[in-house]
Structure formats: structure tokens, C-alpha cells
Design a protein around this ligand. Structure first.
Ligand code: 5MM
Length: 341
């Protein structure tokens, strides 16, 4: 199979009706924070056990087209020694990998951040392919403030995402391009929309500059919502309206799939917002789906709490959340479905 055929095959598997992507790619400090919230030690064995629980949950293939893994997970196995990427592939779920290496300050742009990890990326992808990964993910973050993101921050982060995406496609990996406008702060929904529009314009301009083929990528943006300290919450209909307006203005129809991050929204909130988009905008050019981490995992991690005897119950909670998001993917979710696990 040549590179183009490989990209075609992977994108067709990743963007499927009714399905979405699980983000289970938390770095060591991030998973440590999540584990601490449920009283679990951040050991390699606990990370393996927890991620094996999700990858091995029977029935996930009905709702998941892909799972984004942390590098370490590519080498981990179930209790019976089966590599986790193989466990996923057996359920028809494509394994992917987060390839960015964390963030730091962006000199010249106070308050903005930039993501590391381009050096040696092509060589790393060769190794990840041998371990079963077929797509990659890279996240840039954009804090919202009076002066942020700065024009330099918007440009520099777009450039990184485009360079990463170009390397991935050269190596036959579908890139998930993740520009996250952060939820922190008291900004309005309108300010989030303004920032999101500028960010996505810059990202697609940079992707064009770097000759990235739009048909072979997945966009993973944040939804357009008010900051979490803002006194007024937006309804799912308001979020849907504002988000789709920004996407229509910025994302070419050639992009096959847009899989949202949850970004600190509650599980049911993220599901309701995704549902409102699919219910109100049936004629959109791209598939609108999920690539949630916290909004899928929070209840699962709480049900597991690090105990082997809770694995079955946690898997049921996981399947329930997936079923709800599968319904949101079709615009058929209703909050009363939550009561019927
Ligand atoms: C925004 O984070 C991504 C989506 O997660 P949420 O749905 O919880 O917002 C997620 O894939 C994130 O990139 C990973 O958790 C890795 O984060 P770090 O910061 O550890 O690389």
C-alpha cells in the first residue's frame, strides 16, 4: 500500500457515522492529576490497568472509531499479555498516538504557549507504526485574555500544527490537528467565538502553506462556549449556533471530520452540546463528532477508583457514556436517556 492509499484507508476508518474518538493520551503529569482526584497512585501498573479497562471494554467498537494513546500505552498489554493496540484493532478501533511533547512559554508573546516535539518526529512515527499506531495527535493551546492570544501566538501555533501535520502525512499517518481555545477565564461566548475564528483561519492558512491534504486530516477544536468563570452559561442551542457559525467561516468542506475536545465541560454538558450541533445542522459539510478525554473518562475513572473488583462496573459506565455520545453524534440524544444505563 502506498502512502496515499494508507491515508485514505485510515481516514475512512476514523470518520464513520455514529462513531467518535476516545482521547486517552494524558501525559504523566496530567494522568497523575486525574488519578489523584479519585485517590489512585500514578504508577505504570495503574495506568496500564486503567487503560486496559477502556481498550478492552466489550462493545466499544460500536461507538469508537479510534483511540488516542499515550506513547507508553503502545507498549502495554492486557493481563493476558495482548498489546493494547492489538486489543483495539480486534474491535475495529484504530490506535493513534499523541506525538507532542508538552508546552512552554512562547518568547515574544507574553501569556501564550507553544508546543514542543517536532525534532525527530518522522523517525518516531516509524517506530509508532511498528507498534500499531495509524494516526497522530498534536495540541496547541490558546489562553483567552485581554491581550491573549497575541497575533504572534496565533501565527506561531498555527505554524507548528501545520508542520506537524505535514510530517505525519509524509509518513502515512493521519494527523489530528488540535487547536484548543482554553475555557479558563470569565470571557463571553462572543469573545471565544472571535478568538476561535482567528485561530482556525490561521491554522487552515498554515495547513495550506505547508501543502497538507485536507481530505486526510481530522480537526479537533474546542466548542465555542463562555469562559468557565463567566456568570452566564450558554444553552446547547447557543453553543451549537456559535460553534457551527465559526466552523462554517473557517473550515473548508474538504475536511472530512471535526471531533471536538471537551475542554473541562461536564460529561452530560459536552454530550448535549454535540447533540445540538448535529440536530440543528444536518446539512453541514463535515461530520461532527467527539474526541473527548475528561467528558468520557471522568465517570469511568470514578467508578474504577483503582480497584480490580470495579472493572466490570467501570466498563458499563464507559459503554453508557459512549452510547450517549453515539446518540449525540446522530442528533438523537435526550437527557432522559441518561437514566437508562
Ligand atoms: C484538551 O485535551 C484533550 C482532550 O481532552 P478533554 O476532552 O478532556 O478536553 C486531550 O486529548 C489532551 O490533549 C490529553 O489529555 C493530553 O493532555 P496533556 O496536557 O497531558 O498532553
Amino acid at each position: 500500500m502506498n502512502t496515499e492509499e494508507e491515508l485514505q484507508r485510515t481516514i475512512a476508518q476514523m470518520v464513520q457515522p455514529g462513531k467518535g474518538i476516545l482521547a486517552a493520551d494524558e501525559s504523566l503529569p496530567t494522568i497523575g492529576k486525574r488519578f489523584a482526584a479519585v485517590g489512585v497512585d500514578n504508577t505504570e501498573e495503574n495506568r496500564r490497568g486503567y487503560r486496559a479497562l477502556m481498550c478492552g471494554a466489550p462493545g466499544i467498537g460500536e461507538f469508537l472509531s479510534g483511540v488516542i494513546l499515550f506513547e507508553e500505552t503502545l507498549e502495554q498489554t492486557t493481563d493476558d499479555g495482548t498489546p493494547l493496540p492489538v486489543v483495539l484493532a480486534r474491535q475495529g478501533v484504530v490506535p493513534g498516538v499523541k506525538v507532542d511533547k508538552g508546552k512552554g512559554p512562547l518568547p515574544g508573546a507574553p501569556g501564550d504557549r507553544i508546543t514542543y516535539g517536532l525534532d525527530g518526529l518522522a523517525e518516531r512515527l516509524v517506530r509508532y507504526r511498528e507498534q500499531g499506531a495509524r494516526f497522530a495527535k498534536w495540541r496547541e493551546v490558546y489562553p483567552v485574555g485581554e491581550r491573549n492570544p497575541t497575533p504572534l501566538g496565533v501565527e506561531a501555533n498555527a505554524e507548528m500544527l501545520a508542520r506537524y501535520a505535514a510530517v505525519c502525512q509524509q509518513e502515512g499517518f493521519v494527523p489530528i490537528v488540535e487547536p484548543e481555545v482554553l475555557i479558563d477565564g470569565d470571557h463571553t461566548l462572543e469573545r471565544c467565538a472571535e478568538v476561535s475564528e482567528a485561530v482556525l483561519h490561521a491554522v487552515f492558512h498554515a495547513l495550506h502553506r505547508h501543502r497538507v491534504t485536507l481530505e486526510y486530516l481530522v480537526l479537533k477544536p474546542s466548542m465555542v462556549i463562555p469562559g468557565k468563570e463567566h456568570p452566564q452559561k450558554a444553552s446547547p442551542e447557543q453553543v451549537a449556533e456559535a460553534t457551527v457559525r465559526v466552523l462554517r467561516r473557517t473550515v473548508p468542506a474538504a475536511v472530512p471530520g471535526i471531533n471536538f475536545l471537551s475542554g473541562g465541560q461536564g460529561p452530560e454538558e459536552a454530550t448535549a452540546n454535540l447533540n445540538a450541533m448535529n440536530a440543528a445542522f444536518p446539512g453541514r459539510p463535515w461530520e461532527l463528532s467527539f474526541s473527548f478525554a475528561r467528558a468520557l473518562q471522568e465517570p469511568v475513572m470514578a467508578a474504577w477508583a483503582g480497584r480490580a473488583r470495579n472493572v466490570d462496573a467501570a466498563q458499563r459506565v464507559f459503554l453508557h457514556r459512549l452510547r450517549m455520545n453515539g446518540a449525540a453524534r446522530r442528533g438523537e440524544y435526550r437527557p432522559d436517556l441518561e437514566a437508562r444505563p
